[in-house]
Design a protein around this ligand. Structure first.
Ligand SMILES: NC(=O)c1ccc[n+]([C@@H]2O[C@H](COP(=O)([O-])OP(=O)(O)OC[C@H]3O[C@@H](n4cnc5c(N)ncnc54)[C@H](OP(=O)(O)O)[C@@H]3O)[C@@H](O)[C@H]2O)c1
Length: 241
């Protein structure tokens, strides 16, 4: 039977590459995002198997409405929506500004995954998978963004334990620098790009398909005993034992 796949933030960058990967196998893929026009365009690019679900994954009411549009079973959930919201925030130092910046990043990267998983968790099928997109920043410090991604990895352990008896695996894929996405807005200098590439052993930037292939593997029959883990995809820029 064709798989049902839900990908948050599936209209651009890594989420779009993940959607394309699952669409290739013939899965029915639902992509979320706040910009309906982007979703419509990208879904049209990928063909009939891809459906759009415009919503803000940090908003419980919007998630309840979106969940009502989904089938009664889901095989794969990819919590990809997020990004470093500090890029779009004023860098004021007052306590209210700090509170706002932190809660925005925690909401975008941690709460979005928690709420989405709660919204559809009962529908996940035995043999299914939950995959969150974390970040190298979780281990390297990056203010509220790194803290949010570290929190995601911690919460994933609970989730893996909870879903394990249902034969559902839960993992984090943690990318290093990935080019060709909207993540950095236009704020990455050529010098910074060179620095990020220099840190890799592979001597190149990551691309969205590097992450999509790893997500696809974790959702495959060959990965049924991998759960509760963080899989780093960063060209060696950060190594773990
Ligand atoms: N690119 C990198 O170097 C890198 C490295 C490490 C980790 N990551 C992580 O990879 C994931 C994907 O990022 P990307 O690089 O592909 O950047 P991107 O192109 O900016 O993708 C982020 C996607 O998430 C959606 N999104 C953001 N907030 C949302 C919300 N509240 N509700 C629904 N959708 C939301 C955005 O669409 P809308 O704006 O239309 O909602 C967008 O499609 C993120 O979690 C990011 O933190 C990226």
């Amino acid at each position: 039977m064709d798989r049902i796949v839900l990908i948050t933030g599936g209209g651009t960058g890594i989420g779009y590459a993940v959607a394309a990967r699952f669409a290739t196998e013939g899965a029915t893929v639902y992509i979320t995002g706040r910009r309906k026009e982007i979703l419509d365009k990208r879904a049209a690019d990928l063909g009939d198997g891809v459906r759009t679900l415009p919503c803000d994954n940090t908003d419980p009411d919007q998630l309840i409405a979106a969940a009502a549009e989904l089938p009664d079973h889901i095989d794969v959930l990819v919590n990809n929506a997020g990004g470093n919201t500090d890029f779009d925030a004023p860098s004021e130092n007052g306590l209210h500004a700090v509170a706002s910046r932190w809660s925005t990043n925690l909401n975008a990267n941690l709460l979005s995954a928690v709420l989405t998983t709660h919204a559809v968790g009962d529908r996940l099928t035995s043999g299914g998978s939950v995959i969150h997109i974390g970040s190298i920043a979780a281990d390297q410090g990056a203010g509220s963004y790194g803290a949010a991604k570290a929190g995601l990895a911690s919460w994933n352990i609970d989730l893996a334990q909870e879903f394990g008896p249902r034969e559902i695996t839960c993992n984090v894929v943690a990318p290093g620098y990935i080019r060709d996405t909207e993540f950095f807005r236009d704020k990455l200098t050529a010098e910074r790009v060179d620095f990020l590439i220099d840190r890799t052993f592979t001597g190149r930037a990551g691309v969205p398909t590097d992450i999509a292939e790893t997500v696809y593997f974790l959702a495959s029959s060959g990965a049924r005993h991998i759960t509760g883990q963080v899989i780093n995809v960063n060209g060696g820029a950060h190594t773990v034992r």
